[in-house]
Write a protein that binds this ligand. Sequence first.
Ligand SMILES: C[S@@+](CC[C@H](N)C(=O)[O-])C[C@H]1O[C@@H](n2cnc3c(N)ncnc32)[C@H](O)[C@@H]1O
Length: 252
Amino acid sequence: MNSKMSNSVSLSELASYFSEDYYHFGDMVNPPETSDQQAGAIWNLLSLAQDSSVLELGCGYGRITNRLAEKGGRVAGLDISPILLKKAEADAAERGVHVEYVLGDMRSLLWRDRFDAVFMWYTTFGYFDDADNERVLREAASSLRKGGRLLIDSANRFAFLRRESPIYLVQRNDDLRIDIMSNDVLSDRRNLERIIVRDGCVRRTQLSFRQYGFSDYVRMLRSAGFETVEAYGQEGGAFTTSSEHLVVIAYK
Ligand SMILES: C[S@@+](CC[C@H](N)C(=O)[O-])C[C@H]1O[C@@H](n2cnc3c(N)ncnc32)[C@H](O)[C@@H]1O
């Protein structure tokens, strides 16, 4: 484990990780057809319909929000990265859709009893310590109307343990993104060191997130005000130890 990593990601670490470099490699990791498929899965899992109001926390460059708007949702997206939000807005304009993009921190939301659905997709939950992570869930609960749904997509720690290599390489032309991953068994966090080699420059960033199991989610979500909690595997199949992802849906 990298001894510099702590039990919470700081604002400056978030800014350096979710930067233009993150966007630069985005389509190599999630090509447009993958994003189409994921947006379709979210639409079905959250039982969205024309005019459903939906909020994505940590919407990044809008690859999911803009697609949900194309399907007819009334969509809002919140992110802490001004760089990624600008990309999201540009893509929305290109697609001719309206999404309410808001710069902000998911630990403190401005909406109350408003949305039919809120979601965090692609390992966007767990960056902070337990107290702040649970605060995100309470804020999400408050921003949902009664009967609203919260979806959280996270990595399945059991599946990660079976991976043969902790190194993950992404290439775009001559540019490289190298991720070195490790598990911290004492804090139950996954640590990620990222090396970007781009235009002859090398940049290093890091991130970590808490790896909650389903029973942790049930406890935290009930305490945040949700009534029932369900588990699914990647994009809606059954959740098993070999599912790459754990998708949790909670009903307020
Ligand atoms: C792994 S990315 C996922 C982006 C998007 N959900 C997707 O599927 O492409 C996580 C996103 O969460 C955002 N984020 C991290 N911490 C945040 C916070 N405290 N409040 C709002 N957004 C945050 C990052 O800027 C980044 O865009």
